[in-house]
Design a binder for this molecule. Structure first.
Ligand code: HEC
Length: 175
């Protein structure tokens, strides 16, 4: 009788220990499987975002080039607009100096914030990748929205047509 009781207690203890042990095994992989994939979607999003902002030639780029054409971006008009709106701060010729803003020769596809001697804002410097038409479009729509601490003190070009013209002109600034 006593042996039976001790036996039952030992058995119960063993079962409890086993359940505890199995529980640990069962729970641990669950925990890792819950926490491990979690960063993955975030990383995917980050990757998508990076490719969308064009550190590699994103599929978005030709679409924007096409839409610039669709909008009838006129490089001649863009040059006039550039003289009026941008030239106070930016030179556009090859080898031209930086002024209030950096020289913009070959800016489409140029690495962001890459003029050696120009002191960019912190955010501009941390953007990374090369300038796509889409991003220059966003920048000149309202610089402060694109780069909150920007040194580019420029209200922006509100008219889509004017931006398309300026972008068409900027595309000509290349060898
Ligand atoms: C009041 C001066 C000013 C005007 C006007 C101005 N910019 Fe800028 N621009 C700057 C400054 C300063 C920077 C650097 C911004 C920073 O570091 O945040 C800059 C940066 C840029 C850059 C990024 C250059 C690089 O090397 O990465 C582009 C592109 C640009 N401007 C285009 C334009 C265009 C196009 C216009 C006209 C529609 C224009 N800007 C008007 C001052 C100006």
């Amino acid at each position: 009788m006593l042996r039976d009781l001790i036996g039952a207690i030992v058995f119960t203890a063993a079962v409890l220990a086993a359940v505890d042990f199995i529980g640990d095994i069962a729970v641990r992989p669950q925990l890792t499987s819950v926490s491990a994939p979690a960063p993955t979607p975030a990383m995917e999003t980050a990757e998508t975002a990076t490719s969308a902002t064009g550190s590699t030639p994103a599929p978005e780029t030709p679409a924007v080039v096409a839409s610039t054409r669709d909008l009838g971006g006129d490089a001649q008009k863009g040059k006039k607009l550039f003289r009026k709106k941008c030239q106070n701060c930016h030179t556009m010729d090859k080898g031209g100096p930086d002024r209030t803003g950096p020289n913009l020769w070959s800016i489409v596809g140029r690495t962001k914030a890459s003029r050696e001697d120009f002191r960019y804002s912190r955010t501009m410097e941390s953007l990374g990748g090369v300038w796509t038409l889409a991003e220059i479009n966003s920048l000149i729509t309202r610089p402060r929205s694109f780069v909150p601490d920007t040194k580019m003190v420029f209200a922006g070009l509100k008219k889509e047509q004017e931006r398309a013209d300026v972008l068409a002109f900027l595309q000509t600034l290349t060898d």
